[in-house]
Ligand binder design. Structure first.
Ligand code: PPS
Length: 297
C-alpha cells in the first residue's frame, strides 16, 4: 500500500496518493477496494471537487431521473437517492452493489481512485467544476458547519491550508487536472457551476441529452424550478439538513449558503487574489480550461 501521511493542519484527515480522506470514514483499504467496484452500463456518477455544485446537481439528477421526485409522490432524501460513493459508512444498511438500476452516485474522488469499470465508456460521469476562489470561500464557511474538519482561526490560515491541499479532497488543481487530462478515458460531461447559474435550463437540457432522457416542457419546468437556489434552500429533501446531527451544526450555517459567483471578492485581499492568480496560471495555464470569476449583477 502507498504511504499514508498525516495532515498537519487537520487531524481529521490523512493524505493518501495525493488525496485527503476523512480518517474515520474512509479507511485506505476500503478506498483502494473501490477500483474494483462492479460498474453497470447504466450507472451515473456525479463527480465534483467539494463546494462546486454537488448538492445542486444531485437535486437536478434526482429530479430528471425520478418522476416520483418530480410529482412529489416519493419523499426520498437526495442523499439516499444519490448516495456518497466513498462514504458508504454513512449508509451502513445499504449494499451499494445491489441498488436498483439506474444507480446514481455522487463522489469527490480524484481520477486515481475511481472504479476501473467506468472506463467501459458506457456508464456516465457528470463532472461539475466551479471557479476555485469561490470554492475556497465556500469551503471556508463550511468549516463552521461540519464537525469533520478542524476550523481555521481566520481566512489567512485557511487560504494557505487550501493552497497546500490540506482539506477534504486535497488540492483543487490536482482534482481538475486529473479529470481533465483523462477525460477521453470516460463517457464524461463537464459542466461549470457558473454556466448553471447563468442558464439553468440549458444545463438541465445538456444533462438530459447526455443521459438520453426526454422530458416534456412541463417536466422540464418542474426540474428547473425545484433546482433553483431559492427552492432548494427550503426543501428539506434537497438541502441536506437531514444529515446526522453529530457531524453537522446547522445552527452555524447551511449547505445552501449564498449560491453566487464572485463572492470570493468579499473575503480575499488583493494580494491573496494576485497570489492565487499566479499559482493558477502556473498550475493550470497549459490546460484548455476557462473559469468565470464573476458575473456582473
Ligand atoms: S458539498 O459539501 O461539497 O457537497 O458542497 P456543494 O454542494 O458542492 O457546494 C455547495 C455550494 O453550492 C451552492 N449551491 C447552489 N448554488 C446555486 N444554485 C443552487 N441551487 C445551489 N445549491 C447549492 C451552495 O450555496 C454552496 O455555495 P456557497 O458559495 O457556499 O453559497
Amino acid at each position: 500500500m502507498a504511504a499514508i501521511t498525516p495532515v498537519s493542519r487537520d487531524s481529521n484527515l490523512y493524505l493518501y496518493k495525493g488525496f485527503c480522506f476523512l480518517k474515520d470514514m474512509m479507511p485506505p483499504e476500503f478506498i483502494d477496494s473501490l477500483k474494483d467496484f462492479k460498474i453497470r452500463d447504466d450507472d451515473i456518477f456525479l463527480i465534483t471537487y467539494p463546494k462546486s455544485g454537488t448538492i445542486w446537481t444531485q437535486q437536478i439528477l434526482s429530479l430528471i431521473c425520478s418522476e416520483g421526485h418530480r410529482n412529489g409522490t416519493e419523499k426520498i432524501d437526495t442523499n439516499e437517492r444519490v448516495p456518497w460513493f466513498e462514504c458508504q459508512i454513512l449508509n451502513p444498511d445499504v449494499d451499494y452493489n445491489s441498488l436498483p438500476s439506474p444507480r446514481l452516485f455522487v463522489s469527490h474522488l480524484s481520477e486515481t481512485f475511481i472504479p476501473q469499470g467506468l472506463k467501459n465508456k458506457k456508464a456516465k460521469i457528470i463532472y461539475v467544476m466551479r471557479n476555485p476562489k469561490d470554492v475556497m470561500k465556500s469551503c471556508y464557511h463550511f468549516q463552521a458547519i461540519v464537525n469533520l474538519a478542524e476550523e481555521s482561526p481566520d481566512f489567512k490560515h485557511f487560504f494557505e491550508k487550501y493552497l497546500d491541499g490540506e482539506v477534504l479532497a486535497g488540492k483543487w488543481f490536482d482534482h481538475i487536472r486529473g479529470w481533465h487530462t483523462h477525460k477521453d478515458d470516460y463517457n464524461i460531461l463537464f459542466l461549470k457551476y457558473e454556466d448553471m447559474i447563468r442558464d439553468l435550463r440549458s444545463a438541465v437540457k445538456q444533462i438530459c441529452t447526455f443521459l438520453g432522457v426526454e422530458l416534456d416542457d412541463e417536466a422540464m419546468d418542474i426540474v428547473v424550478k425545484r433546482a433553483t437556489f431559492k427552492e432548494m434552500k427550503t426543501d428539506p429533501l434537497a438541502n441536506r439538513e437531514n444529515l446526522p446531527g453529530e457531524h453537522f451544526n446547522f445552527k452555524a450555517g447551511s449547505f445552501m449558503r449564498k449560491g453566487q459567483v464572485g463572492d470570493w471578492k468579499n473575503i480575499m485581499t488583493v494580494a491573496q487574489s494576485e497570489l492565487f492568480d499566479k499559482i493558477f496560471q502556473e498550475k493550470m495555464g497549459d490546460l484548455s480550461l476557462n473559469f468565470c470569476w464573476q458575473i456582473p449583477q
